[in-house]
Ligand binder design. Sequence first.
Ligand SMILES: Nc1ncnc2c1ncn2[C@@H]1O[C@H](COP(=O)(O)OP(=O)(O)OP(=O)(O)O)[C@@H](O)[C@H]1O
Ligand SMILES: [Mg+2]
Length: 239
Amino acid sequence: MIELVDATVTAYGPPDGRGRASVVTLLHPTTCTLGERRIAVVGANGSGKSTLARLLNGLVRPSAGTVTVDGLDTVRDGAQVRRRVGFCFTDPDAQLVLPTPLEDVALSLRRLDLAPADRTRRAREILARFGLADRAEVPVHALSGGQKQLLALAGVLATEPTVLVCDEPTTLLDLRWKRVVDQLLDGLDQQVVQVTHDLDAAARADRVLVVDDGRVVHDGDPRTGVERYVSLMTSGSGR
Ligand SMILES: Nc1ncnc2c1ncn2[C@@H]1O[C@H](COP(=O)(O)OP(=O)(O)OP(=O)(O)O)[C@@H](O)[C@H]1O
Ligand SMILES: [Mg+2]
């Protein structure tokens, strides 16, 4: 269970006329308890979706208020929270650290107490599940954008998190692989919080949060949430 209590994110903005740093609010005080299995976060570019998503595993710290996961505080108990909450970035380059897909997924498996040969076998199985069996030893930088995104997702799921937070997991994928990832995410046992511009994916969620200008302006029913988002986009009030 994820709980936000008055969680607020501020950052330094451009200096004011007197050269003093200004403070901008990226997320206004937000209170909610996220227990549903499938939660979608939608909103305009720059509205604060990634900021909200990153709060959930401590990648962004609240400037005020608290964020807890199963009672663990994302600031005080950051390492434990990150073991529970896997995070998949929009830009896979942000999380692919080793030269080849095989090494990258094997690194994710390090917490499981496996012999090296078993770890490699398991990593190959995971890569195959994501259609990357024949890319296992290709340099990561040579993968296509979509292949990198699949690899990033494979690496995060290999850590067996109890919650998966994905920031636009299908943005770079072609229709075939988007369907594969959609079905995979839909079928996971874990709780999934997905930031998305895909309104069909949002409509399939149990709960939708709509973010506008750093505020959660809708929290609840997916159909109403999608309608609210569409109306924000068409009224021109979204950023
Ligand atoms: N560390 C920071 N310092 C200053 N401004 C920031 C910082 N991080 C994010 N912002 C700003 O906060 C706003 C919200 O950013 P965020 O990445 O959460 O938006 P988003 O809804 O995920 O957008 P997109 O759909 O484009 O990914 C943006 O205007 C962004 O430039
Ligand atoms: Mg974003």
